[in-house]
Design a protein around this ligand. Structure first.
Ligand SMILES: Nc1nc2c(ncn2[C@@H]2O[C@H](COP(=O)(O)OP(=O)(O)OP(=O)(O)O)[C@@H](O)[C@H]2O)c(=O)[nH]1
Ligand SMILES: [Mg+2]
Length: 261
């Protein structure tokens, strides 16, 4: 079975296989992997730190939109709540961790830590003991964690009118301040984020870091699920799609063989 269709010939080349049969078999396998992959991201942190707003932003929603996670200044998220993207990325909005007698181990058991591929621990102020305890427990359980410092737009706004205002300097100060509180964990990165302006600050850096820690298929699912919050994100989506474009070419030409949706 060889094809004269230039699109198919090109797709076979792009698949890295020598024949159409081999390329078709690889396409089927890759397609199954993409369909079956799942990525579970837990968003955790102190009550009111902006977990639900961050999840809404990751879903491309405003806090007031239909289907958005409830947000507010009073405690709103009491049970783990899952939000699923068609690319099989599940965002888990976990209850707040701010109580004084907080026990990280108990908390992780209660929220069924084994469900998640990774944890994003967020805080809208400098990281506290509870955040560090939680990160240590997550590490013990062989899972990854990432620190996100949220509501950066508030920090910027509060000093924007002062004399000699320098945004980069303010961001640098916040970053250093956050690092001081988590350095015992081996100097993890802290990503500065505004859920109201996801394309700004360190969100891209966070996505790049997550990507570099994920397998190829999970990476594809993650990037597909993210909203186009900037030109750079659009470029990233395009780049990731291009890697699998040969699948679509084979799928449309050989629809009966590869069950493309
Ligand atoms: N300016 C600004 N406000 C934010 C941001 N993220 C969240 N907020 C506000 O902070 C408040 C708390 O946000 P939530 O997302 O409800 O916080 P939470 O961590 O889910 O809170 P609980 O579910 O109670 O644990 C809300 O009034 C949000 O509008 C942000 O990036 N910038
Ligand atoms: Mg919430």
């Amino acid at each position: 079975m060889e094809s004269q269709d230039p699109a198919v010939v090109e797709a076979v080349q792009a698949s890295g296989e020598s024949t159409l049969e081999k390329a078709t078999a690889k396409a089927k396998e890759t397609f199954d992997q993409l369909r079956n992959v799942s990525l579970n991201i837990a968003v955790t942190g102190k009550t009111g730190s902006g977990k639900s707003s961050f999840i809404n932003a990751l879903r491309g929603l405003n806090d007031e939109d239909d289907g958005a996670a409830s947000t507010g200044v009073t405690e709103t998220t009491m049970e783990p709540t899952m939000y699923e993207h068609p690319s099989n990325v599940r965002l888990w909005d976990l209850p707040g961790t701010g109580m004084p007698n907080f026990k990280a181990n108990k908390f992780l058991k209660k929220v069924k830590f084994e469900t998640y591929d990774l944890f994003i621990i967020i805080s809208s102020e400098r990281f506290k003991e509870n955040d560090v305890f939680l990160a240590k427990e997550i590490q013990k359980k062989q899972k990854r964690f990432y620190f996100g410092r949220t509501k950066i737009d508030n920090d910027i706004r509060s000093v924007a009118k002062t004399r000699h205002f320098d945004e980069q300097q303010v961001l640098c100060t916040i970053r250093e301040d956050c690092h001081r509180n988590v350095k015992e964990l081996g100097n993890p990165k802290v990503f500065l984020i505004s859920s109201y302006d996801l394309g700004k600050y360190d969100f891209h850096d966070l996505v790049d870091t997550l990507e570099s820690d994920l397998s190829e298929y999970k990476r594809f699912a993650l990037v597909q699920s993210l909203p186009v919050c900037s030109l750079a994100m659009l470029e990233k989506k395009k780049e990731v799609m291009e890697k699998f474009i040969w699948l679509a070419a084979l799928g449309s030409s050989l629809g009966a063989v590869i069950p493309f949706p």
